[in-house]
Design a protein around this ligand. Sequence first.
Ligand code: NAP
Length: 309
Amino acid sequence: MSENKYNLIIIGAGPAGLSAALYASRGSLSTLVLEKGLCGGELNNTEEIENYPGIDAKKGSELAEMMTNHAKKFGAEIKELITIHSIDLKSKIKTVKTDIGDFYSDAIIIATGSEHRKLGVKGEKEFAGKGVSYCATCDGAFFKNKHVVVIGGGNSAIEEAIFLTRYVEKITIVHRRDSLRAEKILQKRAFSNSKISFIWDTTIEEIKGEKTVNQVILKNLKTGEVSNLSCDGVFIYVGLEPNVSLFKEQIEIDPENKVLSDKFLHTNINGVFVAGDVRNTPLRQAVNAASDGALAAVSAINYIESLED
Ligand code: NAP
């Protein structure tokens, strides 16, 4: 056990997990970060970051690399592409069972982030990767000179639609209300972009195609009118779903599956802290996630020191 035993294990290496790793390792905790994909989390799916203080217009993946190297500099051990089979949060010594072995720690920080919510309409699953996408940065280039539909009215939908204008000929944003939730600065950019048009008060009933997507069925929520719209792709941005499946049964979460915590980011379980998009937070930004990571790490340091008293 001793060689796989750490003071702290951090689950997830997005901005929350990497910031926690930096603060914890700099604070002299032996720190292991376990990441199911690649370091950076959602940063890797963001083409350009322009609202992280001090970082002006940098690629998300570059910021991710900077954060990773910064955490490693102070000694954090980071393992990518790890499958976690189970976690025991409740015992005094926490256990994380993975495909590369079992790891143990005094404290855990949950920084598992969230993933894009599915729309749940007919055709969405069938055409995933065949015209249906949740990531403009990853798939935008496949739609050069095409017409794509973007669904949603939040920051993700509008930001990604603006990004897609680099490639596509035309974008139709379909939103279920008649006003956007996105920040005003993004709205202004979208409204003034000649490639972007809007269909308001409307939802997607079905995504159709043959080998790939060729149309969506729309329903106007005010009139009930059903119509079809030809398109080559559908990008879905209807919110985020916290990644809690690994520990949902053990920890207190709210009705939207967001992990609950106190102001020190301590969850209801002794020695278990939470940071970033997976928690019940009013603002989901890289800067908040990084701030959460710092606080969760300091709280973990204080917790571990209290064990030694
Ligand atoms: P969001 O803010 O929750 O917006 C989701 C959008 O999808 C809303 O406009 C919502 O409509 C719509 N929607 C939800 N369920 C739907 C359904 N079943 N059918 C049709 N439309 C549906 O999610 P998000 O845009 O992914 O952003 C998530 C978080 O990340 C937010 O806190 C956001 O600020 C943050 N974020 C920030 C940036 C940035 O700062 N640059 C970029 C991306 C994301 P209603 O408006 O009617 O509810």
